[in-house]
Design a protein around this ligand. Structure first.
Ligand SMILES: [Fe+2]
Ligand SMILES: [Fe+2]
Length: 181
């Protein structure tokens, strides 16, 4: 029977296919941010959002060349429910998949994936980390194309557009979520 994994199950699956600490941490960060956002946007479905966030890059460490394509096959094999697979694959829209994010959860996943990388890198530059960090410092880093150049500004901007919000508002929400323990 196909199922929606709990956040715990999602983490166990992710750990089965990812050994690098960086990937596990990224999975947990995106899961946490989505869970936090769900509290406001889709209350009652926090665990669903969190599980999708944790799972979204499940195939990336082992099969970077087949990112999203492999995830689709793998999650299907693991009997994960269709809507979860759709969400996972849609985060690569325009890069490694042609599945468009449609639900709010999918749009947020698309939008915060790269943004959490940028905010995390910005926090590392500060002696106090996230403490006292403000959105304006995130936006400064966002505009500095040389900073964390691997975090696509284009994808973040596209994600914010999908959600009908400014990058600054999206960054404020994401920062708030990342600050939570
Ligand atoms: Fe990805
Ligand atoms: Fe990711």
């Amino acid at each position: 029977m196909r199922y929606v994994p709990t956040p715990q199950q999602a983490l166990e699956l992710t750990k089965q296919y990812n050994k690098e600490e960086f990937h596990i941490r990224h999975a947990c960060t995106v899961g946490k941010v989505l869970g936090y956002l769900a509290r406001e946007i889709d209350p009652g479905n926090e665990d669903y959002w969190t599980a999708v966030g944790i799972l979204h890059d499940i195939d990336f460490e082992k099969w970077p060349e087949q990112h999203c394509i492999k995830a689709d096959a793998l999650l299907r094999e693991l009997e994960i429910e269709e809507s979860v697979i759709h969400a996972v694959v849609s985060h690569g829209y325009g890069q490694c998949s042609d599945v468009e994010p449609t639900r709010p959860m999918e749009k947020y996943l698309f939008a915060v994936d790269e943004l959490t990388g940028l905010i995390g890198a910005a926090a590392l530059m500060r002696p106090t980390g996230f403490e006292g960090m403000e959105v304006k410092s995130v936006m400064k880093k966002f505009k500095d194309k040389k900073f964390a150049a691997g975090c696509s500004r284009e994808v973040i901007t596209k994600g914010a557009q999908m959600l009908g919000m400014s990058v600054a508002d999206l960054a404020a929400k994401t920062l708030e979520a990342m600050k939570t323990p």
